[in-house]
Design a protein around this ligand. Structure first.
Ligand code: PLI
Length: 461
């Protein structure tokens, strides 16, 4: 049965009604929210594509797992279930549960980074870079150039550029590089995967210098699916085999369970080195909790362990990625500028080409997300200059090449019919794009400003 886009590999057992709103209600809501879609109430949104983080639908098996939560302060059975899942599926020896991904980033950054160290990575992620900088680290982008070009059709746009990595090592010295942060997939590049070949090469290079590799494993299953689909020699490997091989090139990983572990909350730091693990346990008790729950309830660890096994099912991940692609291909066919190829978790609108009349410091992607909401009730997220924040040293805006709006698809939540509604909304807004003005920022928090910044529209020029 060769359907172009896989049908849902699940039946729907429980439903959550969604709310329709009027245009007047949405106009008032976005005004109140300071033109920041993060500040809308969920009930004000019709199709909520703000994020794929923590918005997953759990299976009946995961819900059943909640009932066997062992809420002991220490040594919960659910911790051992999680540890077993991490060992069996990802191959790491030690696991420190955390309340979510950034909890793991906090611990890793504290134990591994010294002031003045450099942390190379395949593009920045907001919370990841913030933790690196708060611990005195300097982030260095070593992703291939194609990743910064929305139109470059490269099958593995998340790859690390080995020449850039080598140049950094030559410039600052290997002893100033505690680890390479290797994200699979790369969120802000458009959910783009990293090739196995590239991971192997990064491992070979870092081995020469004794530099560690720490994965950002957040969307590792999506990455594994792309390897199976696109990389020679992997068509006949299973998703678990590919995941295992990927992580065999790393020394550890931070994980936001809210994405590819198919849960609503939770994360972990995984490590192979016993000394690092011991240091991590010293930090986790200060910021999260005992090393055997680290900020998670026993029931949530159980749901996460079960979600991890479900996530490596081929039919699950095939549908997941193909549903995202279905939306992307509809927009592309209609001429709407998007990041290509379509990534694993989201379709990214290219706001530079969507709104070429708005300069980047008038926040075109921020305004596009706000206008899409008012136009249709579809909530999306800015991933451009606002998300990039300011340079920690100079205080100037970072001006990222990518000025994007992310339509992020929660896992197992919406149907193909919802994707049609979203596509129609974006396409009809594209036809009216000339009427959209820029924004000015009227409130700016000092770090991670995109979460709570506020804006006002400028007059249309
Ligand atoms: O939101 P957390 O703290 O569970 O995870 C932080 C985090 C780390 N790495 C990557 C690649 C992420 O995408 C990520 C969180 N992403 C969010 C919240 C998102 O909306 O994409």
């Amino acid at each position: 049965m060769g359907h172009k886009y896989a049908a849902e590999p699940f039946k729907i057992k429980s439903v959550e009604p969604i709310h329709m709103t009027t245009r007047e209600e949405r106009e008032a809501a976005i005004e109140r929210a300071g033109y920041n879609t993060f500040l809308l109430k969920s009930k004000e949104c019709y199709i909520d594509l703000l994020t794929d983080s923590g918005t997953n639908a759990m299976s009946d098996n995961q819900w059943a797992g909640l009932m066997i939560g062992d809420e002991a302060y220490s040594g919960s059975v659910n911790f051992y279930a999680l540890e077993k899942a991490v060992r069996e599926l990802y191959g790491f020896k030690y696991v420190v549960p955390t309340h979510q991904g950034r909890g793991a980033e906090n611990i890793l950054s504290r134990i591994a980074i010294k002031k003045g160290d450099y942390v190379p990575g395949n593009m920045y992620f907001t919370t990841t870079r913030t933790h690196q900088e708060m611990n005195g680290g300097i982030f260095e982008d070593v992703i291939i150039n194609e990743a910064h070009d929305p139109q470059a059709e490269h099958p593995f746009k998340g790859n690390i550029d080995l020449k850039k990595l080598q140049a950094l090592i030559d410039r600052v010295g290997a002893d100033k590089i505690p680890y390479v942060c290797l994200a699979v997939t790369v969120n802000l590049a458009g959910g783009q995967p990293v090739a196995m070949q590239n991971m192997r090469e990064v491992r070979a290079l870092t081995n020469k210098y004794g530099i560690k590799i720490m994965f950002d494993a957040t969307r590792c299953i999506e990455n594994a699916f792309f390897i199976k689909e696109r990389e020679e020699g992997y068509q006949n490997k299973t998703i678990p085999e590919i995941v295992k091989e990927m992580f065999s090139y790393g020394d550890g990983a931070t994980m936001s369970g809210k994405k590819d572990c198919l849960v609503n909350i939770g994360g972990f730091l995984a490590l192979n080195d016993e000394k690092m693990y011991q240091k991590a346990t010293q930090i986790v008790v200060v910021f999260e909790g005992m090393p055997s729950y680290g900020g998670m309830a026993g029931r949530d660890m159980e749901a996460m362990a079960r979600g991890m096994y479900e996530s490596v099912d081929y039919y699950y991940i095939k549908h997941r990625v193909e549903q995202v692609r279905y939306l992307g291909e509809q927009l592309d066919k209609a001429g709407v500028p998007i990041v290509k190829p379509v990534g694993g978790h989201a379709v990214f609108l290219d706001a530079r080409r969507f709104l070429p009349h708005i300069p980047q410091d008038q926040f075109p992607a921020q305004m596009l997300a706000a206008k899409l909401y008012v136009h249709s009730g579809v909530r999306s997220m800015e991933r451009g200059i606002v998300s990039a924040g300011r340079d920690a040293a100079t205080g100037e805006h970072h001006y990222p090449k990518l000025e994007l709006v992310r339509l992020t698809i929660p896992r197992r939540v919406y149907t193909y019919a919802h994707m049609d509604v979203v596509a129609d909304a974006v396409i009809s807004l594209y036809q009216k794009r000339d009427s959209i003005p820029g924004l000015e920022m009227v409130y700016e928090p000092p770090v991670l400003r995109f979460f709570t910044a506020r804006f006002k529209p400028l007059p249309l020029k």
